[in-house]
Design a binder for this molecule. Structure first.
Ligand code: ATP
Ligand code: MG
Length: 373
């Protein structure tokens, strides 16, 4: 599958334009602040209907305008029939988001996400490593929402119920009132924790292998860590333990006026495992080591998409190798080019030859938001 056409209307500084992308991909080269990241943001919007840079929807609308619209055509093979059409619009004044997949409106955003099949690599990914635990939880939540049936729904339920329970705790309500929420909290928590822990267990070997292959020196690992003491990681087992834990921590919850155990406090623990160093990556890792770990996280994200949807994900590289040394950079491109990904759409501030699938990738320019193919 590849993105064959993209129609843009008033998304950021991209104006009104229609682009036809080569099946292999393209490198978009231009100076800073021309719209390179904006273009990848527009493409990835069709996967998650949000900004991969975390911008608010209204900031995606061109200055002084009231709406944007993005439409993408995804083909399975050159010349073959159209596989999919994804269109999305947002209107600021009505705060309305509109999405269609093959001209039909999905009931919920949860049904619309995850149809493009793409992974974005950007220098900002290093924040997943450097940031607090919530950033890494969000990283897992996005991947699992896109690739595991029912995950997003459980996550939304959990957040909603947790907010209700915490607000009851804050208002000093009787514990019996607070505990009304415990069963549905435990149910949704068990789904979230089972999927997260299962996914981490499934991907941790590859994560370490990718890290080692890029680094060629040391190693790193990731583990799912819960403050809950769970021995049986089946969904029923987690559910039962959640109920016990909520019961056990009720005095502390009451005192702190918030729910002190649960997947909202769990961690994707990342550590360095070199000859000389051993410990938390975020504390001990050098800039390059953190970047390497971030790349490995995106590579396992790509693997997850390929395994769960049976497609080679589109690779969106937003100046992704900017701060890597030459050796690491070459080894990453090599890793990416082993049939893991399909089409490659990349950006760079300077021209540089990139060979993907054996061919030198075509280069386009961009100036003031206008792509020059
Ligand atoms: P760099 O190489 O520095 O990463 P870039 O080409 O990736 O640059 P972008 O982030 O894509 O740059 O685009 C930045 C430009 O887009 C800025 O000049 C900014 O003013 C403009 N811009 C951002 N949001 C909007 C918007 N809502 N409407 C119009 N222009 C916008
Ligand atoms: Mg940029």
């Amino acid at each position: 599958m590849h993105l064959s056409e993209l129609k843009l209307r008033l998304f950021r500084n991209l104006g009104v334009q229609e682009l036809s992308f080569p099946e292999e991909g393209v490198a978009i080269v231009g100076p800073n602040a021309q719209g390179k990241s904006n273009l990848l943001e527009a493409i990835y919007y069709l996967e998650i209907f949000r900004s991969f840079r975390g911008s608010k929807l209204q900031n995606l609308v061109a200055f002084g305008e009231d709406f944007f619209r993005i439409e993408g055509f995804i083909e399975s093979k050159e010349g073959e029939q159209l596989a999919m059409n994804i269109a999305a619009a947002y209107e600021t004044s009505g705060r309305r988001r509109k999405i269609t997949i093959n001209a039909r409106e999905p009931k919920r955003v949860g049904d619309a996400i995850g149809h493009l099949g793409a992974v974005v690599f950007s220098p900002a990914d290093v924040r997943i490593i450097e940031g607090g635990p919530s950033v890494r939880r969000r990283y897992m939540d996005v991947i699992l929402s896109l690739n595991r049936e029912g995950y997003l729904e459980s996550l939304q339920t959990y957040k909603h119920v947790l907010a209700q329970r915490n607000s009851a705790l804050r208002s000093g309500a009787d514990m019996s009132v607070v505990q009304v929420w415990d069963d549905s909290l435990a149910k949704s928590a068990s789904k979230i924790m089972m999927e997260r822990a299962g996914w981490v267990a499934e991907r941790q070997t590859d994560f370490s292998r990718y890290y080692e292959e890029v680094s060629a020196e040391d190693s790193a690992s990731m583990t799912y860590v819960s403050k809950m003491n769970i021995e049986d990681w089946s969904q029923e087992g987690i559910y039962a333990q959640c109920l016990i834990t909520l019961q056990e921590s009720k005095d502390r919850d009451y005192l702190r006026k918030s729910t002190t155990r649960g997947p909202h406090l769990d961690e994707l623990w990342m550590s360095l495992e070199g000859d000389k160093t051993l410990g938390e990556l975020r504390e001990l890792g050098s800039g390059g080591q953190r970047r390497t770990a971030a790349l490995a996280l995106r590579l396992i994200e790509g693997d997850t998409i390929r395994d769960s949807r049976g497609v080679q994900p589109i690779l969106l590289l937003d100046d992704a190798f900017a701060e890597l040394d030459d050796g690491r950079r070459e080894r990453v491109v090599l890793l990416m080019d082993q049939g893991r990904f399909g089409q490659v759409i990349m950006t760079a501030p300077k021209e540089s030859d990139v060979y993907i699938h054996g061919d030198r990738i075509e280069q386009w320019g961009i100036k003031d938001g206008r792509v020059q193919a």
